[in-house]
Design a protein around this ligand. Structure first.
Ligand code: UT7
Length: 317
C-alpha cells in the first residue's frame, strides 16, 4: 500500500508558559504539570493555519527528498483553518506551487489517522504514487481564553508526512465514530441570518474534561489491543506507540491498563500541549529526526477526540 518517506513539523516561536497562563485564569504551574503534563505550549502571533501547514509540508518534502511537482494529492486536516473555503489543503497547494488535487478532512484530534486511511484508498486504487498529508491547527483562535478547563490544554502547530506507494508499511487500521456533541463540541459562529431563531453558544471549544478523559483511555486500549490481536503481535513487538498528545495522565493510565511501561509511548506534550490533528505528525517527526525509528520497526499510532472519533494504525517503518 504505502509507507512514510518523510516527516516535517512547524511550531510558532511564541511560548506561553503555565506561569503566564496563571496571570490570565485561576490556575497554576503545579496543577497543570500534575494533572495534564504540560509545561508550555506554542501560540501563533501572526501565522494562519495554512502558513504553519505549509512550513511543516516544506520540511516533510525536504526530508522525503521530494518536490511539490512529485505529489499526486495533498490532504490536510484542521478544525481551525482561517477559511472554510479555500480549504487549508488548497492554500498549501498554492504556497508550495504544486498542481495536484488538494482536499481537507475534519476528524478533530483523530484526523491524522483519517488522512492516512484516506490516502490508503488512493494508493489502493493506484491513483497516486506520492501523497502529502498535513495536520495543522491554530487552536489559540478557537479557545475561550477565560475558560481554565480548556485554555491550559491546547497549543498551535503543524505536522506533515510524505507517503509513497513503493513499500507496504501501512499494515492495518481501526476507525470508529460515535456521533456525539455532548462531550466535545467546537461551535462555529452562528452568523447573522435574520431567519435563524436558535440560540447558539460561544464559537469556541466546549469540552467535558472527565468524560473525554475516560473515553480517551478506553479508546487507546481497545484500538491498540484490536491491532495487536488482528496482527498476531504483542506489545513486545512494537517499538513505539505514538498517541495523540492530549493529557500525559491519559497516556499513563493507558500504559498501566495495557500492562506496559510508559516509555513504550512517545510523549512530547510537556512542550507543545494538545495540538489536535498536528500532535501525531509532530511526534512522528521528532522520533524520525532523532533517529529513533529503525527500518522494519512496528509502530502504532492512536488518536481520539471530537466526533467522537477514535482511530489507530499499525505501521512498519
Ligand atoms: O484532544 C481532545 C481531547 N481532550 C482531552 O483528551 C482532554 C481530556 N481531559 C482532561 O485532560 C482533563 O479532564 C482536564 C485537564 C480537562 C481537567 O483535569 P481533571 O483532572 O479532569 O480536573 P477536573 O475537571 O476533575 O477538576 C479537578 C479540580 C476541580 O477542583 P475541585 O472541584 O476538586 O475543587 C477543578 O475546579 O481541579 C480544578 N481545576 C483546575 N485547577 C487549576 C480544573 N481546571 C483547573 C485548572 N487549574 N486549569
Amino acid at each position: 500500500m504505502f509507507h512514510i518517506i518523510g516527516t516535517g513539523m512547524y511550531v510558532p516561536e511564541r511560548i506561553v508558559t503555565n506561569d503566564e497562563l496563571a496571570t490570565m485564569v485561576d490556575t497554576n504551574d503545579e496543577w497543570i504539570k500534575q494533572r495534564v503534563g504540560i509545561a508550555e505550549r506554542r501560540v501563533s502571533t501572526e501565522e494562519w493555519t495554512s502558513e504553519m501547514a505549509y512550513k511543516a509540508a516544506l520540511a516533510a518534502l525536504e526530508n522525503a527528498n521530494c518536490k511539490p511537482e512529485d505529489l499526486d494529492y495533498i490532504i490536510t486536516a484542521t478544525v481551525s483553518g482561517e477559511t472554510v473555503s479555500p480549504s487549508t489543503a488548497c492554500m498549501v497547494q498554492k504556497l508550495l506551487g504544486a498542481t495536484c488535487p488538494a482536499m481537507e478532512i475534519n476528524a478533530a484530534c483523530s484526523a491524522f489517522l483519517f488522512l492516512l486511511e484516506t490516502a490508503a484508498g488512493f494508493f489502493a486504487r493506484k491513483k497516486a504514487n506520492k501523497i502529502l498529508v498535513v495536520g495543522a491547527e491554530r487552536l489559540s483562535g478557537i479557545i475561550d481564553w477565560s475558560d481554565r478547563g480548556t485554555c491550559i490544554i491546547f497549543g498551535d502547530g503543524a505536522g506533515a508526512a510524505v507517503l509513497s506507494n513503493d513499500v507496504d508499511g501501512y499494515l492495518d487500521s481501526v476507525v470508529t465514530v460515535q456521533g456525539n456533541d455532548e462531550v466535545i463540541k467546537i461551535l462555529t459562529a452562528v452568523g447573522c441570518s435574520p431567519f435563524f431563531t436558535k440560540e447558539a453558544d460561544t464559537p469556541y471549544v466546549h469540552m467535558m474534561g472527565q468524560e473525554t478523559f475516560k473515553y480517551a483511555v478506553s479508546s487507546i486500549c481497545n484500538d491498540v489491543n484490536t491491532l495487536l490481536t488482528q496482527n498476531n503481535l504483542t506489545l513486545d513487538d512494537i517499538s513505539y506507540i505514538v498517541p495523540h498528545q492530549a493529557n500525559k495522565r491519559i497516556i499513563d493510565f493507558a500504559a498501566k491498563r495495557l500492562k506496559t511501561t510508559e516509555d513504550k509511548f512517545y510523549v512530547n506534550i510537556e512542550r507543545y500541549g494538545n495540538t489536535s490533528s498536528a500532535s501525531i505528525p509532530i511526534a512522528l517527526d521528532e522520533l524520525n529526526r532523532a533517529g529513533k525509528l529503525k527500518h522494519g520497526d512496528y509502530i502504532i499510532l492512536t488518536a481520539f477526540g471530537g466526533g467522537l472519533a477514535n482511530a489507530a494504525c499499525l505501521l512498519r517503518w
